[in-house]
Each structure stands twice: as structure tokens, then as C-alpha cells.
Write a protein that binds this ligand. Sequence first.
Ligand code: TRP
Ligand code: ZN
Length: 879
Amino acid sequence: MSAPQPIHLHDYQLPAYRVTHTELKFDLSPSATRVVARLHLERHSERQEDNLPLVLNGEHLKLLRVAIDGQELGAGEYSVDAETLTIFEVPQRFLLDTEVEIAPESNTALEGLYLSNGMFCTQCEAEGFRRITYYPDRPDVMATFSTTVIGDAASLPVLLSNGNPVERGELPNGRHFVTWEDPFPKPCYLFALVAGDLEKVEDRFTTMSGRDVTLQIWVEKENLDKTDHAMASLKRAMKWDEDTYGREYDLDLFMIVAVNDFNMGAMENKGLNIFNSAAVLTHPLTATDAAFQRVEGIVAHEYFHNWSGNRVTCRDWFQLSLKEGFTVFRDQSFSADTNSAPVKRIEDVSFFRTAQFAEDAGPTAHPVRPDHYIEISNFYTLTIYEKGAEVVRMLRNLLGWEAFRKGTDLYFSRFDGQAVTIEDFVGCMHEVSGQDLSQFMSWYSQAGTPEIDANGHYDYAKSEYHLTLRQRTPATPDQHEKLPLHIPIRLGLVGTKSGDDLEMTLDGETLGKDAVIHLREEEQNFVFTGIAEAPVPSLLRGFSAPVKLRFPYGREDLAFLLQHDSDGFNRWDAGQRLAMLALDDLIAAHRNGVEKVMDVRVVDAFRTLLTAKVDDKAVLAEMLTLPSEAYIAEQQPVVDVDAIHAARTFVKQSLAVALRDEFMAVYGDHQSDVSYAPEPGQIADRALKNVALSYLMSIEDEEAVALTQQQFEADHNMTDVRAALTLLTHSSRSDLADPALKAFGEKWAHDSLVMDQWFSIQVTRPQPDVLERLKFLMQHPAFSLKNPNKVRALIGTFASQNRVNFHRIDGEGYQLLADVVIELNKLNPEIAARIITPLTRWQRFDETRQALMKAELERIRAEELSPNVYEVVEKALAA
Ligand code: TRP
Ligand code: ZN
């Protein structure tokens, strides 16, 4: 087999043929589904060169018939290979009829048409439609669709597709059919079909122009009591998009379907969103606050795609962030408006700085708009999604909300029904604002995380504050030379006497107390005049750009900002920086075998936090949370997982010993038995209470142990139960862990999503026997390598979150992951290529671990690989 070849952005060509209308007929059967397609095709007006054959994509299809304008084609008129159907001569405008057979039951890749728990469903993004029928499977071919679904009436009572149902009826042999029509032209990646024994909950929404929309959530019968939150979230999202972006829903029906086997979170198919059941189902007794918030965010995300993605779509897959970055920005804003804005920002940024920074620093680093790929499904990444969202956020901040909104209005109206590029989007922003965004475009083309070194000093004599900023973006695998970026830096100068933000004047211009300065050069000096007292600078407020910013803060400075910064985000960040300084010392002490000593300034800062009356409890809970081991690792030149774990545990235990009574008081003050609601006040109280309990349990305080057991047994809501079960399971005492795990596992054996949590909690235990437990759990009846949620819960969680044990020095953690990748490579290449990520980060570790990790990557490379795994492994080993 020859090595898969990359596709390049600069090779883009307009499609030779357009499809104006697509008619599909599915005759469903698990082993032999028949797909009859009639495509209304015409030559593209700008592709008029001679002798252009019609080349259609198609994989894993058995071709039964092909005809043009009703005339069946003979052997010499077309050719078929593993990836294409080519018809040598076609008219300017014609009808193409094909019939193929496919086997949903043997589709374990979960791309195209497959079976999940007896239910037929589809996943077509990015290139799954070519596993359904022969088609120009590219997003710039947009057609209206008419789809007839035929199935067994008894086992498949519900037959769904995009758009509106226009006809239904009985057929011989106990079969029935429904015909659906989608009047909005769409690329085939937005096609969807669902058939199964499903039940629905229904609601209504009246749009801003008074149109009545039916909302349906389709689930397996036993999950009917888990849809309330998704439905409420959907209605909030619909209203928010009208109020915020002026975007109204366009069909009479909007459906969500929950499926158990799904590669990602959810999919925005037109009028028929398909969701991983984990991303839609909630119940107070089965889902945590975090899960409720995740569901709200994903429901909104997929709904928002109806405009940012569906009505206006991507010209090609290099533009993926055009829809994903923008839509993530939209869902983040929605969640911020619906819940606590500062906490949402803290959560998003702390995730971003851990996971996206790591991606940017690793062998698979790529720009927000990549310029080549082998397998597009490897590019549904943190860079495309989250960094893409940060870039849109910077645009919003550069233009201000009003101009940005004018820009989105222009974008949606000008490009409605079209497949466009990132230039088209940024072009609208330029047009409405007149701002020069040419330097800004490098954010889309340049990979890697910019690093800013900041320095400042206060000139008493002149009452001036001098700030120097120097930027540098480190080389990434495909890009050695980097250009300086246009980086907006929001800042304030906090007076050390007053504790207030000082009025800032720059080059004679009054900026106010909180302002944005623009770094465009490699190095720039900023002189703020009229600064009456020595300030501590509060830089990059709200994380105004996706960069690493260093400033030589002393610990007193950070303790000061932690108390006085007017920006909630930077107050939190000051605490994180302060903790990091202490952690750095302790990591060094651990490595040098020196006795660890706790920094009293951190203890004092925490005491102040715990005892002062902080009104935003959700932010307080975040402030009391130490940087994760993964985040700490990101800050180290060579990652020492054991030293990081030891240092972080030491800080946690020291704080618990020193502030035992304060933590106990916080726990007591926030314990409550009001009935569960996923609302911000309650969520904050639970977060705060459970963070306090986790400190107390780190020293296995007897009273805390009793409280944790009580909280577990009270079984009030999953947030509290899961927090308690995690603390009991992660304690050193098997007399606490074992009975609780057993009770929980038996109680929830019937609930797959709860069992996922049960798996995750066990494989994040710090105890050294966890790898053996993981192997044992892989034999558990509830586990299956074919179900992506199970693979993520057990293996993904272990490899990414149990750092000390995954990186065991005997290499057994690596070996286990490689074994799983080799199996999954055959079953589900998309998941295989994702789950491998921790192994690709070998460069960050010591030589012994590097060698062990590389040996496993080599072992994987020796297999016959899917393009997905091939691309990732090649990059990882080339680094
Ligand atoms: N467009 C989906 C989203 O972000 C992503 C998605 C869902 C996806 N399923 C997929 C991407 C399968 C690739 C493969 O909302
Ligand atoms: Zn999306």
C-alpha cells in the first residue's frame, strides 16, 4: 500500500459539476441497505474546459446500477475504484441515477450510515457521506434534498431526515416509509437520517417574526425523563441568537436525537441535530453540574451552526474554523450570558492554556487555518475550535461589539446559501469597521503560541510607568520563520497605595482605567504618563489574546493583585501565578531530595480568600483550585510527573493542615438540601463546598471522612455524589473506596452514562495498582472498545488525567495505550487517532520515558494503518 498523500489548500479548484437537487431513497436493512440516488447535475459555469469527466466520491459501496438521463451505462462508459466513480462523458446538464448497497451493521467506524443499539443513524461530517452513496462529497457543492426512508414498521417506527416530512405511508411486508424535504441548499456533510424505536418529547418556540416552530428531542424510551434541560437550553439558545445576533430559525421543525455510539459531542445536521447521548441527557441524580453546563453549551453550539455553518458554510475543509471557531465563540458568549461570565472565562481559559498550548507545542501543531492535511477528521482540534474562537473574540474586541455585529450581519446576508472562506468573514469585519486587519490575518496562518516577555518600571521623578513588551513565536514543525502578530493587550495599572486602577495616558491620549494597547512589533515600549503612585500592572486582562505572557512579578505583587485587581479573571490568574511560584520551588526541592517547605504567603492568601466575604462564590471556588498537574506540566521545561504530583499534593495537604477549620466552615456554610437545580447560585455553592471537602480529604481528616460518606450516602444529586465518591475512591483507604464503588456500580449498572463516570473515577486513582484495575475494567460487561464513550471514559481519562500512572517508568501505561490504538485502528480510525495524543507528546519528558514512548509509536507504525493514525504517528515520530 502506498503512503497516503496530503491535500493542499493552494490546490483548491471550483467543483466541475454542481448538484442542484438530490433525491435519495433508503431501503433499510442492517446487512444490506439499498440506497437509490438521483442527482440533478450541471456543469459549473466557471469550469467550461473540454472533456471534464464526472468524478464522484464513494467508499465501501457496492455499485448496482448507474444511469444518465435514464440510460443505463455500459462497462466502457465509467470506472470504479475504492474511492471514486468516474463517468468519462456527461452532458452539460443531466440526471444521474445510481443504486448501491451498504452494510450498516458492520460499520464500526461510525462514519456514514451505521447502527447504534438497533437504531440506524448517520454521521456525514466531514467525509462520511461518501460511505452512503456516490456524490461530490465536498462542502462547496450545495443542493436541496428530498429523502425517502423505508424501514420495518415494527422495529423502526420512527423514520427521520432533514427538513419537513411531506408524505408517509404503509408498504407491503410490514414496511413503511416517510419522505422528507429540505428546502435549504446544503452540502452533503449536513445530511442526516435516523430510524429506530424512539420516543419524543415535544415543545414549541415562536420566533421573533412570529413563526411557530416545533421542537422535538428523540430518545430511547428509558431516557424520556432526561430531556428537560436540553429542551430548556434549546429554547434559551434560540432566543439568545435572535436577541444577540438577530438570527432566526428557518424551518418549522427542529429535532435532536440522542445516540449512544458517537465519535464526537454532537452534529449540526440541518433540522436534525444528532447528539452523543452524553451531550444531551441529564437528570439531577445521574449528571453533574459540569455535565448540565456541557449539555447547555453543546445544544447551543449545534443550534447556532444553523447560521454559522449551515446557511453560510465552508468552501473547503481548510476553512473549518470559519464555522467552528465562530460557533464556539458564540456558544461561549451564550454560556457566559446565561451563567457566571467570569467563571465561564476562567474555565475556558484554564482548559485552553492546558490543552491547546500543549497541542501548539507538540508535533501536530497547526494553524487555525491549516494549509495541508492527510485526513481532515484529524483536524477537529483545540486549535481549530478553541484557538479559532479566541481569534474571533480578538476581532470582537478590536472592533467593539457594535461594529462586530454589523460585520456578522453583513456576513450572513451577503453569503447566505454560499460556501465561503475565512477571508470572506474577515473581509466583512474590515468593510464595516475600516480597520486594517492585514497583520491580524497571520493569526489564521501561523501556528504556535506567541510568548510575550513583559517588563516594567515606575519612574517616581516623572510619574511615568514604562512597559516593554517583546513577542516571539517559537518554531513549529512545518513553520520555522514566524512573523510578529498583532496582539491586543488589555491592561490596567493598579495603584499600590490605593489599590485602585489608575487613569492611564499614553502618548498624550487618555485611555481610561482599563484599556487595550496594541503590540504589533517584535518589541515595543509604552510610556504611561501622569501615574501618581507606583503601580502593579495587571496584564492581558480577560486573557485578551491567546498568548503566554511572562512578567517578573514578586510574590507580594501577586498577593496584591489577588486582592485588588478589578478584573475578576486576572484576580484568579494572580492566584494561579502565586501558586505556580510556590509549586516551582517545591518541584525543585523534590527533585533535589530537599525537605519541602510551604510558602506562608500562599497560606495567607488562601486564608484571606476563605475568611473574607467574597460575593462571587463561583469565582472563589475557582480561586481555591490549584493549577492542575497538566497545567503545571505545561510550565516545566522537562516534565517530571512524579515531582509535579508530589509538589501539588504537598501544597494541598499543607493548606488543609494550616486552614483546616476555615475549610470546615466553608463546607458547613454551603451544605444544603434544597431540591436540585442547575442554576448558577446552587452550582457555585456546590463547587465551593466540594473544593473545601477535597482539601480536607487530602489529609483524610476523620470528621471530613464522615462528612464525605454522609454526602455519598445522602444521594442528593450526582454533583455531590460524584465528588464524594471520587474523594473516597482516591483516598489511601480501601475500606472507604471499595464499598462505595461497589454500591455505586451496582446501583447504576443499568445506566451507561453513569457507568462511564464510574469507570473514570476509578482510573484516576493515584494508587499504583490502577493500571491492573484498568485492565480488569476493560473486561467489565459494561465496557466495549466499539463504544467511543467507553473508550474515552476508561482509556482516554487514564492516559490524559492519571499522569503519574500513565507515565509509569516501566512503560506499561504506554504499552497499554498502544495496544488499544492498534485495536481501534481497525475498528474506529477517528477515535484511534485521537486517543493516541498523550503518546505523541514524548518530547516533553525525560530520556527514559522518551525512548519508551517512541518505541510504542514505532510498534504502532509497523501495523497496517488507517490514514488517520498514519498521519498522527508519522508527525509524532518525525518530530
Ligand atoms: N460539526 C460538529 C461540531 O462541532 C463536529 C462533529 C461531530 C464531527 N461529529 C463529527 C467532526 C465526526 C468529525 C467527525 O459541532
Ligand atoms: Zn461545531
